[in-house]
Design a protein around this ligand. Structure first.
Ligand code: GLN
Length: 553
């Protein structure tokens, strides 16, 4: 597409008062609105922590690890950007303090600073700016939305705010700031309070930045009086204060922001109104309305772990899986009802009796996972849904578990397992590949994961091929183990179909049962959830939901 701006424009999104009020969704929504005005938009996330990526973090600590095409393991906000903007991002779109320092130190060691004193300021902000510009250039974007993680006033993200300030100073017409702030309504007071936002605004001023727009997140809409107050005390025009009350679905947010004229406000600030004066959110709105119109429910059970770590974490760990289920269901005009089932509840004799609970579901899904906890419960769950012909969709570990279950109960290899459970086991139907073993011997652990997008070839006349309507696909991976080639012949001779394979035929990417045997039994070695987008639902999730609907009748 032809460039629509003379120079790229940068929208920094910062958070006031506290975290967890939807800064990621706000950033994604601003991007979606500007895209709907015809601009090419990219998005970046800055995470203030030292970790170089999210790959080594515990999911209960961090939520989901989102994987990009190039294999970067990053924050789940990147998933929101991809879903809202319907674009593929890469590692240049993601940075952490660790990543930025690592690069500066690498350059210093390579004498790239010409022997001068390398300093936190300005060298760190300069590296941040270089990355922002590189990502914008690589996407050939008119506009980059940059979300600065953390909250204004904390020590951790100050260096990133300094980078933003420097960019504004050098190109005042091309850079703007949006503060997403929280307005509490204390129950005893019963009134929405603007004071914390006023303080956040002053703290932002203290680092040389003035917000151009304030997005007022609260339980309730902002009234005229408080809008006025924020405008007066935060030095901003009251038309640039946008009310953002809680909504039922995150997909309503762009539409809501647009009701507050955000597209026009941003365009005014960045001098883009002569280019485009309309936001065309029709396609988006059409999607966002679907859950409101859907009457029929579909009941999906997600058998996983981590769920016992408290409700707060629950939805975050599998966020892309949940969104993928929702997106496909909405497109089929269905309301998904998703239950979280702890796989450990299906272990032992009492657990086996509980398996009956699964028959109330229209479909059962096992998402990705690591480690040994709860795995026997998952195997029992797969056994139950396979024998009782309940639609089953296994993602990554969920596919490996389906293969183990098949080996145990159909092939009669009772001690079939994965090397992840027991590296010394006799029958590892899931194992690491020989070339990985070499790396492990050299203690080169980092390189033993298969990460990012890989192609797969699909076999004709299979659920996979019919769903994708294609013979070749590309999907994102994040796993260490594979189906052990030594067992493939035995598994296929007993009816398991490997309908997707790596182009060299060595790696099994999709396993399924014939529809004559089972209405829908399919596992994938990759993570299709990372490719499900509101405006282009994932074909396998759609096929699974369709099969679940059929069971419901
Ligand atoms: N633990 C399995 C592996 O490493 C599956 C990983 C996953 O589900 N993402 O192969």
């Amino acid at each position: 597409m032809a460039k629509r701006t003379k120079s790229p424009k940068y929208i920094f999104v910062v958070g006031g008062v506290m975290s967890g009020v939807g800064k990621g969704v706000a950033s994604s929504s601003i991007g979606a609105i500007m895209k709907a005005r015809g601009f090419t938009v990219t998005a970046l996330k800055i995470d203030p922590y030292i970790n170089v990526d999210a790959g080594t973090m515990n999911p209960t600590e961090h939520g989901e690890v989102f994987v990009l095409d190039d294999g970067d393991e990053c924050d789940q906000d990147m998933g929101n950007y991809e879903r809202f903007l319907d674009i593929d991002l890469s590692s240049v779109n993601y940075m952490t303090t660790g990543r930025v320092y690592q690069e500066v130190i690498r350059k210093e060691r390579n004498l790239q600073y010409g022997g001068r004193n390398v300093e936190v300021v300005p060298d760190i902000p300069k590296e941040v700016i270089r990355r922002i510009k590189k990502a914008t250039q690589e996407a050939d974007a008119d506009i980059a939305v940059i979300e600065v993680g953390g909250t204004i006033g904390e020590y951790q993200n100050i260096i990133f705010l300094e980078a933003a300030r420097m960019m504004k100073m050098n190109a005042p017409d091309d850079v703007m700031f949006v503060m997403v702030s929280y307005l509490p309504i204390p129950s005893k007071v019963g009134e929405m309070k603007t004071k914390p936002t006023q303080y956040a605004s002053r703290t932002l001023n203290g680092v040389g930045i003035q917000a151009d727009v304030i997005i007022a997140r609260s339980e309730a809409p902002l009234d005229a009086k408080r809008k006025e107050k924020i405008a007066t005390f935060c030095n901003i025009d009251k038309s640039n204060v946008v009310s953002a009350p809680d909504v039922d679905s995150i997909y309503d947010v762009p539409v809501n922001f647009e009701k507050g004229n955000l597209g026009r406000i941003v365009s005014d600030k960045l001098g883009l109104n002569h280019v485009e004066s309309k936001t065309d959110l029709r396609a988006w709105q059409n999607f966002a309305n679907k859950p409101k119109k859907a009457k029929k429910e579909v009941n999906i059970g997600v058998v996983g772990k981590y769920f016992d770590s408290g409700d707060f974490i629950l939805a975050d760990v599998y966020i892309s899986v949940l969104e993928a289920i929702k997106i496909s269901s909405y497109h089929l005009n269905l309301k998904p009802k998703i239950d979280y089932l702890n796989s450990e509840d299906f272990e032992g004799p009492a657990g086996k009796r509980r398996l009956k609970k699964l028959s109330k579901y229209d479909g059962v899904l096992i998402p990705g996972g690591f480690g040994t906890r709860g795995i026997e419960g998952k195997i029992n769950a797969v056994n139950y849904v396979r024998e009782n012909k309940i639609p089953y969709f296994g993602l990554c570990y969920g596919m490996q578990i389906a293969v183990i279950e098949y080996a145990r109960n159909v092939l009669g290899i009772e001690n079939a397992t994965t090397a992840e459970m027991d590296p010394e086991a006799e029958n590892m139907v899931i194992d690491i590949m020989p070339e990985q073993k070499e790396l492990l011997k050299k203690q080169n652990y980092g390189n033993t994961m298969r990460l990012g997008a890989y192609p797969a070839i699909l076999s004709k006349e299979t659920i996979a091929q019919r769903s994708y309507k294609s013979d070749e696909i590309s999907e994102r991976h994040r796993h260490r183990y594979e189906v052990n080639p030594e067992y493939i012949e035995r598994l296929t001779s007993k009816g398991l179909i490997f309908s997707g394979k790596s182009p060299d035929g060595r790696l099994m990417e999709i396993a399924e049962l014939s529809e004559k045997e089972h209405p829908f039994f399919l596992g994938v070695q990759f993570h299709p959830e990372f490719r499900a987008r509101p405006l282009s639902p994932h074909p396998l999730f759609t096929a699974f939901i369709k099969a679940s609907l059929k069971r419901r009748g």
